[in-house]
Unconditional design. Structure first.
Lengths: 107, 125
């Protein structure tokens, strides 16, 4: 089973600041990584798939990069609605595992 | 608009059974694999089960294989998760998810692009 490790656990930032989230895989997963945004009581929302492709309707301030074992989600300028928990997930094989999450909170 | 609505979550005693349902609309159900993902309190999400668009290929995580059964009714646009022999560690919010591949060939499952809001399953005596 592939283990995904996200860092940092919590990111305290102000609106307008840049957020950089990391996800590291225990073995190579090519570009088969997705990023999800999750707010309490809501459905998780796909932001980025296959490392760098924005999902339908996702604003351009969200971008993803990386391949192999190291991946990054960048939010160029935080909007009030971006404060949430972010998870990475691979689709290299089954079981598809998730990272433990990074909480982006208001500083 | 794509919509996924879960139902069936409840408080159940250890060893009991429960059936979850996921009713969908807004997309071609038969052309999409579907799955269940759960998240226990304070834990990361974990994939539970997935089923191909034509229903011919189910897959399960080891911890639930033999106790849980995933199925779908393509005429009713609904997916199910029959959970038997429930244990304390099955307590979680269960989410249904739509994949953008059918998985009918066992290979092209795609990404989980839409999710429901979840239904709570609590296993406790």
């Amino acid at each position: 089973e592939i283990v995904l490790t996200q860092s940092p656990a919590t990111l305290s930032l102000s609106p307008g600041e840049r957020a950089t989230l990391s996800c590291r895989a225990s073995q190579s997963i090519s570009s088969y990584l997705a990023w999800y945004q999750h707010k309490p009581g809501q459905a998780p929302r796909l932001l980025i798939y296959d490392a760098s492709n924005r999902a339908t309707g996702i604003p351009a301030r969200f971008s993803g990069s990386g391949s192999g074992t190291d991946f990054t989600l960048t939010i160029s300028s935080l909007e009030p609605e971006d404060f949430a928990v972010y998870y990475c997930q691979h689709r290299n094989n089954w079981p598809r595992t998730f990272g433990q999450g990074t909480k982006v909170e208001v500083k | 608009e794509v919509q996924l609505v879960e139902s069936g979550g409840d408080l159940i005693q250890p060893g009991g059974s429960l059936r979850l349902a996921c009713a969908v609309s807004g997309f071609s159900f038969i052309n999409c694999a579907m799955g269940w993902v759960r998240q226990a309190p304070g834990k990361r999400p974990e994939w539970v089960a997935v089923i191909s668009g034509n229903g011919g290929i189910p897959a399960y995580r080891d911890a639930v294989r033999g106790r849980f059964t995933i199925s779908r009714d393509n005429s009713e646009n609904t997916m199910y998760l029959q959970m038997n022999g429930l244990r304390d560690d099955d307590t979680a919010i269960y989410y249904c998810a739509k994949y953008d591949g059918s998985g009918d060939d066992g290979i092209h499952w795609g990404n989980a692009d839409y999710w429901g809001q979840g239904t709570l399953v609590t296993v406790s005596s």
